[in-house]
Design a protein around this ligand. Sequence first.
Ligand code: GAR
Length: 198
Amino acid sequence: MQRKRVAILISGRGSNMRALIEAARNPEYPAEIVCVISNRPGAAGLDFAKAAKIATQVVDHKQYSSREDFDAALHQTLVSHNVDLVCCAGFMRVMTPAILDHWRGRMLNIHPSLLPAYKGTHTHERAIADGAKHHGASVHFVTPELDSGPVVAQVGVPVLPGDTAETLAARVLEVEHPLYVKALALVASGTIHMSTSV
Ligand code: GAR
């Protein structure tokens, strides 16, 4: 089996990144993590990646005058690492259609809601405000329309009486990690692919 070469994009804590790195330590896992790229120099996840001896790179969005320039630099970085697949894991940048077209069907994102519900930010606050009984997380292919690409896998959690955005976020995060590990395996093994007609 030829393992797929994967880059992980982060902006912060990187707990999903960590779950993917740990899963990929198993040589049977169909993906290897070849680099971690952050758009924020201080992202905590970079330290874990470095300690795990994974190549890290910062492409600081503040150094670029436009989204297009930032995305072009990000794209070049991905190409320089000879990457097959890209996993956005708490990567808080909206990307332009040019880069997304290039990585079409080869870029995944994890989103903290049961898509198509609660696209965008503040998903836990909005679920609680709506009195939702179920919430969860989704891994989807990234397409130009925000949080709207085809879903690879989802997992639900209950919203419990007295939940705050923090308690609900923690419950969701716990299921995000195994979800992302499973979803990446499904895509890296070729079990699931995005149809070109989407
Ligand atoms: C996760 O909950 C992820 O679903 C969310 O950010 C958190 C990152 O945590 N992503 C988004 O909101 C993307 N729109 P992590 O850095 O510990 O993986």
